[in-house]
Design a protein around this ligand. Sequence first.
Ligand code: AP5
Length: 188
Amino acid sequence: MKKRLVILGAPGAGKGTQAHKICELLAIPTFSTGAMLRAQMEAGTELGTKAKELINRGELVPDSVISALVEAELKTDRYRGGFLADGYPRNLEQAHFLDQVLKDMGTQLDAVINLDVNLEDVVGRLLKRAEIEHRSDDTEPVIRRRLQVYQEQTEPLVRYYREAGLLINIDGNGSIDQVWENIAAQLQ
Ligand code: AP5
């Protein structure tokens, strides 16, 4: 069974929503670099203050910061039996770093789930979420910058993982339940 996974997709593609369902099905823990950064922001740490400024502009946080967070997290006992990485890696440098950390741990990724969505539709999803959750990066100009950063830096990972034979491409445009059915069918 696949136990070491990444979930990829544009902002608002449904990574977090589907990550929880996948983790329940496979009985593995998840970690989200976005959630880790927001926790630092809420705690008011120096890292959180620096990250907030970048996140609120829709830019990525530097690889060195993310790598240190992820390496420390992955090396805890919690992830010994597997994991689902949500929102990480975000560019090729991070993907290479993850490959190396896993190699050092004597393991490797089993699969990468890519949620393929219409980028115009996710703007609406995120604006709707902003009304409920008030996430500071869910404003239209910032959402559009996040999508641009996704296209420039994250989308190349689709090809990277396809060439590695790890990619599971999922149509992420249907309802939450439809998307979940497609993912579950691929994982079982
Ligand atoms: P992060 O927190 O990872 O945000 P993101 O990638 O922009 O993704 P979202 O959380 O907005 O969306 P999602 O795909 O998880 O969708 P969700 O399930 O929530 O990152 C935030 C920022 O942190 C980045 O911009 C960057 O600055 C920084 N960062 C994070 N990781 C980094 C890294 N590795 N390197 C550098 N910087 C990093 O769903 C969204 C909404 O849509 C919800 O309201 C949900 O209910 C709804 N929804 C979900 N699925 C559907 C569906 N099928 N139909 C209709 N609605 C749906």
